[in-house]
Write a protein that binds this ligand. Structure first.
Ligand code: ADP
Ligand code: MG
Length: 259
């Protein structure tokens, strides 16, 4: 199959899938400052969304609302048909389907790579230790660092640490993966090894929202690119339309600054 055919098939299957994330009229304020303004967004099963936009436009806040690391004040956040609400147990169950990878890795420095990958499995999912370790090794192999399993995070390069963070998230068997500028803290020579792990994940059919300014990644992987500015989704389009024919002045200005 040519790359073109693969991409078309992926887009078609994404569109025919179920909605997995629905943001409906979502607004959020920090004090008097409205950081998110009436956000509407539906993400379908298997879709890969890239979110870009100027610093401070609300990208991190929007994706953190999806797993309720931040709380919205108006509208609904619906995951697999279930809205977050007042019932914290229910919210925890909804949240369990979502993995997240941060700019700053957020690994536990006092735990080995293997322990970083087994801890939540053992304590949250009550997986027996041997089984949790087998799952961890499986995902460390997938991100190509099984030989680092017994080291500590600070003994690894930034690129390796971020791949551990990806493996750790995958160990919880998420249905959705959120990435918040996963390569921004990395030295340039390490960016590709992390992007490659993310590309493989995308090819496996994972539903993904990726905040990034890596526009080659967006062109290669995204079904849709979303541009945010001042708390709003200004424009969204498939990558070729977004990059080659942006509709709005704000998008054109942003692209002229980063490309
Ligand atoms: P982005 O990820 O696009 O750079 P953020 O979502 O981090 O943007 O931030 C959006 C806006 O909200 C910025 O103006 C930022 O200063 C503000 N902000 C973010 N977090 C907080 C917070 N905890 N308290 C107050 N303001 C915040
Ligand atoms: Mg951010």
């Amino acid at each position: 199959m040519s790359t073109d055919t693969i991409e078309k098939t992926a887009t078609r299957s994404a569109k025919s899938g179920q909605p997995v994330i629905e943001l409906v009229g979502m607004s959020k304020w920090y004090g008097n400052f409205q950081v998110l303004k009436d956000i509407d967004l539906t993400v379908y099963e298997g879709e890969r969304i890239v979110v870009c936009g100027p610093s401070g436009s609300g990208k991190s806040t929007m994706i953190r609302c999806i797993n309720q690391l931040e709380f919205h004040q108006e509208g609904d956040v619906i995951i697999h048909g279930k809205a977050y609400g007042k019932d914290e147990k229910q919210n925890d169950l909804i949240r369990r389907d979502i993995g997240m990878v941060f700019q700053s890795f957020n690994l536990f420095p006092h735990l080995s790579v293997l322990e970083n990958c087994t801890m939540a499995q053992i304590w949250v999912k009550e997986t027996p230790k041997a089984e949790a370790e087998a799952v961890a090794m499986h995902f460390l192999e997938r991100v190509r660092i099984p030989e680092q399993a017994h080291k500590y995070p600070l003994q690894l390069s930034g690129g390796q640490q971020q791949r551990v963070a990806i493996a750790r998230a995958l160990c919880m068997n998420p249905k959705i993966m959120l990435f918040d500028e996963p390569t921004s803290a990395l030295d340039p020579e390490m960016i590709n090894e992390v992007l490659e792990a993310m590309i493989e994940l995308a090819q496996s059919g994972m539903t993904m929202i990726v905040v990034t300014h890596e526009m080659n990644f967006a062109r290669k992987v995204a079904d849709r690119v979303i541009f945010m500015d001042q708390g709003e989704i200004v424009e969204q389009a498939p990558p070729h339309a977004f990059f080659d024919n942006p509709q709005y002045d704000r998008t054109q200005l942003f692209l002229s600054q980063i490309l």
